[in-house]
Design a protein around this ligand. Sequence first.
Ligand code: GDP
Ligand code: MN
Length: 407
Amino acid sequence: MNIHEYQGKSVLKKYGVRIQEGLVADTPDKAVEVARELSQQTGTKWYVVKSQIHAGGRGKGRIVGSEQRGVALAKSVEDVRTISNNILGKVLVTHQTGAEGKRVNKVLIAEDVYYPGPSEPKEYYLSILLDRGRNCNVIMASTEGGMDIEEVAERTPEKIIKEWIDPKVGLQPFQARKVAFALGLEGDAFKEMVKFISALYRAYAESDSSMFEINPVLKTSDNKILAVDAKVDLDDNALYRHPELAEMRDTNEEDPLEVEAGANNLNYVKLDGNVGCMVNGAGLAMATMDLIKLSGGEPANFLDVGGGANARTVEAGFRIILKDPNVKAILINIFGGIVRCDRVAAGVVEAYKAIGEIPVPIIVRLQGTNAEEGARIINESGLKVYSAIEFKEAAAKVSEVLAELGV
Ligand code: GDP
Ligand code: MN
């Protein structure tokens, strides 16, 4: 699960990681109010207005229909108001959002940490993630902060430092020193970076995260080390251990159909094709998607209804698939092992009637316990539903239906 920058920073702060301080707002008035408050707390005279969306590249991204960037410096509270007004409720397009962009509902008003001083502020890159190949966590660091790290990895891979950490042993102090040294730091900045890395690792491990990406980490002009940005990805399977983190979920940032599916305990992933499918079991779902492609269609989704398909789950699945305007036909492919085919067939008929007229052809392939009985129920229902028992039959029916529709 991804969370917003302001939420990620609050997790870091809780573990003693120094951050660029800020306060969040959802209206221009509130933005001005929190800017004044922030100025009192931190003494900052300038502010950074940062769009809160689940995507990076905001600094280079633009608000649709204007020149406004997704991250902008404000030199007065009036600037804060103008910029917040330009951003809030508008759509921001970055290289990570796709052309449709994302609507900005909140802005983070942050203190300006690039102030002048004895040395130049310098940006670094730091991330911690799971390296499945090595069964380890890995810290990645680079002096090329603020840039797209994929680009750095491609052009100058030698500029990415990697340090692997055994999760059972944890981060050893010498490892944090090694990374700070490799970044070319010395004196106070070196010590600060060692502290920063140690606290960051603890935050990562104790919050059961699967990725932290801090880009940039800033060395301020007076040698403080702090997180300017925070991309935090939490492990969904561990959220039950962190109710306070689970609450940070923002469903506005997720695909609405996937949210609805999750609420119904369905595993749904939206795809771009024209044939919706509803299947029990992930393996059969993959095979069914292959079948759709072999029949000349493209799967519109992955949908696993799980082991106990009944009228309620089938109906929920139907409703979700039908909300996708690209769907031209639906293939239901259920193996009746634990669940009996006649039960599923009755569920399909019941769900169909509950929804009313379904505007696209449906092919139902039921195989396993009571398959013939299932086919009979479908055929005698009088609904526009085709039944099949064999995989091949279902494939032929999908091709036929697509040909009739001319797609
Ligand atoms: P991203 O573009 O979505 O990764 O957003 P970031 O939080 O990384 O911010 C983008 C850029 O804004 C940074 O790389 C900085 O150059 C700039 N920025 C962020 N905070 C400040 C600040 O306090 N002062 C100034 N002058 N620039 C900042
Ligand atoms: Mn960033």
